[in-house]
Design a protein around this ligand. Structure first.
Ligand code: F6P
Length: 561
């Protein structure tokens, strides 16, 4: 049975018709227990989804959809190491990277596959030794200097995760080490970082799952040329290490296999932060903190694997995405962390969510008849308030919002955090309630005449200059904009681990519901293919033939006369 013909889907489509004409402020007015009914306190997090446009009946039908999609069965298959990344024939075992129990975790099923845990622990121990050597100054550069700058060269999953987490955990940074991230093929990225560092005190990590990605390989070659020019070719061994699944390619690049940190094809690039791809993060925050980060991820895994769907955080977030996307018709979702430390979370989640579920063909090879991943975007609050919130409030578009806030701040200055929380909660309240024309008019009237009569709004408004009242329509807020607020007790390696694992499992749950393989990414291949064909034409090595007139015109414009 296809998803859209299931009884649960048909019921949800009917409920959506009614939901469109119901306002959130009325739902709150009708039910004093709404917050209790539609919020979860799990694993130290508070997930408040009472400002989503849902009812008990809608949530029950969404859960029925999860049952029909065999959610529990898919979780079991992931845990058993089945090749659920079926287009690439691979298991999906990133949870093994943070597992701290004693059970084996097998690739492709316990009866046939091998236990991956000894390899996982071996690489973690190697990372721990390396971090210790760098931090204690046992590993030095070719001239005997201590390493002060670490430059991670990688892109996509080999960049976004450690970069986001290093930024998020600034409060835990080790003194004496600065980690930089270079990803873009544009030389402006590498050149500006190289300008800040001393080759004798620098260590490059070349991070690439495949070790073939053009952006990373070009940056790695340029960094190597720069270092060799300063310190000589023999110095390269002391200043370059690698993280990859492709150890032969690492060796071919000239990096000693002893200085390579391995991971495996059952780790997807955008799920690889927990593997040796997290090495720059471990160098930033220390290995003990990195292990705390893994422990937080493991705790969220245990919750996802065992909690009933009704109080399962990742499943609940996934069901809300389904409701907003497939039944209310939202095309985007705004991620709004009220934490400067989480400022890179939106760009990290863009890859996690859109590369995983931005797909049109289901697991059976059929074109899907429903929308998949919404366009994710966002910005740290309060900065976003002074940029795009105008549209959220009065732009007339449905944009579900996801607020993230910390009960305790990670950095303190008197007067900051309470104001930040006030803004966060005020925004979700305003988006939910809105402001009617009557309320806007009354507000204007009060502003002009602070002592209103008891005759009601008409008399009241009559006393106010009409020019002022003409502003009333501009001050109307439709409200009914759905939002979720996720409250973390604090931000530290453990809670960040929980948060990232929560989103990973939400993405997987959505893939289960939409019947997608969330672990492949064929959609990024075509552009790479065409770029290879265009390169010799742009460099003037081959004639620019067989191109459409736009592409031909752009290529021609880059040729010097
Ligand atoms: O964007 C496509 C992609 O394959 C991502 O999935 C991956 O994270 C990124 O490129 C980088 O790949 P690699 O780690 O192999 O260099």
């Amino acid at each position: 049975m296809s998803l859209t013909t299931t009884p649960a889907w048909i019921t949800l489509a009917r409920l959506a018709e009614t939901a469109r004409s119901v306002h959130l402020r009325d739902l709150f007015a009708a039910d004093a227990e709404r917050f209790t009914r539609f919020s979860l306190r799990e694993e130290g997090f508070l997930l408040d989804y009472s400002k989503q446009r849902v009812t008990t009946e809608i949530m029950a039908s969404l859960h029925a959809l999860w049952q029909i999609a065999d959610g529990a069965q898919w979780i079991a298959r992931m845990r058993a190491g089945d090749a659920i990344n079926h287009t690439e024939g691979r298991a999906v075992l990133h949870t093994a990277l943070r597992y701290n129990g004693s059970e084996p975790i097998c690739d492709a099923g316990c009866n046939t596959g091998h236990d991956v845990m000894p390899d996982v622990r071996g690489v973690l121990d190697k990372m721990a030794r390396f971090c210790n050597d760098i931090h204690q100054g046992h590993w030095r550069g070719a001239t005997g200097e201590r390493i002060r700058d670490v430059i991670n060269i990688g892109i996509g999953g080999s960049d976004l995760g450690p970069k986001m987490a290093s930024r998020a955990l600034a409060a835990q940074h080790m003194p004496g080490i600065t980690v930089h991230y270079v990803s873009n093929l544009d030389a402006a990225h590498l050149v500006t970082v190289l300008a800040k560092i001393d080759p004798a005190r620098s260590l490059f990590i070349i991070a690439s799952k495949t070790f073939t990605t053009q952006e990373t390989m070009q940056n790695a070659i340029s960094a190597r040329v720069w270092l060799a020019a300063a310190l000589g070719e023999a110095a390269v061994a002391r200043h370059f290490v690698a993280v990859s699944t492709n150890l032969p390619a690492v060796a071919a690049f000239g990096i000693d296999p002893a200085n390579a940190f391995e991971f495996w094809d059952w780790v997807g690039g955008r799920f690889s932060l927990w593997s040796a791809i997290g090495l720059p993060l471990a160098l930033s925050i220390g290995m003990d903190n990195f292990r705390q980060f893994l422990a937080g991820g493991a705790a969220m895994d245990a919750h996802f694997f065992s909690a009933p769907a009704e109080c399962n955080l990742p499943v609940t977030l996934a069901l809300l995405d389904i409701w907003n996307t497939n039944f209310l018709g939202a095309e985007t979702r705004a991620l709004l962390p009220y934490s400067q430390s989480l400022e890179l979370l939106p760009s990290y989640l863009q890859q996690l969510e859109m590369e995983s579920n931005g797909k049109q063909v289901d697991r059976d090879g059929k074109t899907v008849a429903y929308a998949t991943a919404p366009i994710l975007w966002g910005e740290a609050g309060t900065n976003g308030q002074h940029a795009f919130y105008q549209l959220l409030h009065q732009g007339g578009r449905l944009v579900p919002c996801e607020f993230i806030a910390l009960v305790e701040p990670d950095f303190t200055l008197p007067g900051h955090h309470t104001k930040l929380l006030a803004h966060c909660f005020a925004q979700s309240e305003a988006l939910m309630r809105g402001k009617t024309l009557v309320e806007a008019t009354a507000e204007l009237a009060t502003a002009v005449s602070p002592a209103p009569t008891s005759d009601g709004l008409k008399t009241f408004a009559a006393a106010v200059p009409s020019a002022s009242l003409q502003l009333a329509p501009y001050k109307v807020f439709p409200g009914n904009q759905p939002s979720t607020t996720l409250l973390l007790p604090r931000l530290n390696p453990y809670t960040l681990g929980q948060l990232i694992a929560l989103y990973e499992h939400k993405v997987f749950s959505l893939g289960v519901l939409w019947n997608l393989d969330s672990f492949d990414q064929w959609g990024v291949e075509y552009g790479k293919q065409l770029a290879s064909r265009l390169l010799p034409m742009i460099e003037g090595r081959t004639a620019a033939t067989g191109l459409d007139s736009s592409t031909a015109g752009l290529v021609a414009a880059c040729h010097k006369p």
